[in-house]
Design a protein around this ligand. Structure first.
Ligand SMILES: N[C@@H](CCC(=O)N[C@@H](CS)C(=O)NCC(=O)O)C(=O)O
Length: 209
């Protein structure tokens, strides 16, 4: 049994969606961010950064970092085909997308939403502006790739990278404007949302994006 710590609409969505896709048993622990539950000792003993998601594995070891969780779970269950095998030609593209989404898009998004966390200056607005510019640049790269060879990030092959992209795209500071600029990304998101495993958990998250 896995235990996933998250709060609705946050970074654990992709991990939960993948646990559903893989048909794995898991328990969900929702932290109350308004009550700062994620910064209290009971939780920081598990994840010292006080962030979500955290995944506790069946042997009680702890994983942080959403992209690492997705990569690890898919590799444990190659039969589900949600990630290309290490020897597949698609593996390079898959890892590239996972890293770009994690280190580029996710981070740029945090700069847009929480610019004050990335500067000691009184006015965090310049950080938000840079975050927004970087976010747009990253999504443009994704959009171009989808236009050239979608509908998924790996062409005809659906993978965990698509779930990850969908989650972060939902967070875009202005999703409607974002999707107007990036129609292939919007189609990818609609496609992920229509997967049975994903649709099952959307009601828990849709009001919180
Ligand atoms: N690199 C981390 C980032 C996790 C992260 O920033 N999570 C946000 C929610 S989406 C969070 O917990 N923020 C609270 C905080 O940083 O204090 C990952 O991919 O898991």
């Amino acid at each position: 049994m896995y235990t996933l710590y998250n709060t609705p609409g946050a970074g654990g969505f992709a991990v939960q969606a993948l646990l559903e896709e893989l048909g794995l048993d898991y328990k969900l622990v929702h932290l109350d961010f308004d009550a700062d539950e994620h910064k209290q000792k009971a939780y920081t003993d598990i994840n010292p950064l006080g962030q979500v998601p955290t995944l506790v594995l069946p042997d009680a070891s702890v994983m942080t970092e959403s992209a690492a969780m997705l990569i690890y779970l898919c590799d444990l269950h190659p039969e589900t085909g949600l990630a290309p095998s290490p020897t597949s030609l698609l593996r390079a593209a898959y890892l590239r997308w996972m890293m770009l989404l994690s280190s580029g898009v996710y981070t740029a998004n945090l700069r847009c939403y929480h610019p004050e966390d990335f500067t000691s200056a009184d006015d965090p607005e310049p950080v938000r502006e840079v975050g927004e510019r970087h976010l747009t640049e990253c999504w443009a790269v994704v959009e171009e790739a989808l236009a050239a060879g979608g509908p998924w990030l790996l062409g005809e092959t659906y993978s965990a990278a698509d779930i990850y992209a969908m989650m972060i795209a939902q967070w875009a500071p202005y999703p409607a404007a974002n999707f107007a600029k990036f129609p292939h990304l919007e189609r990818l998101c609609d496609g992920v949302r229509s997967r049975l495993a994903v649709a099952r958990i959307l009601p828990q998250h849709d009001d919180f994006w």
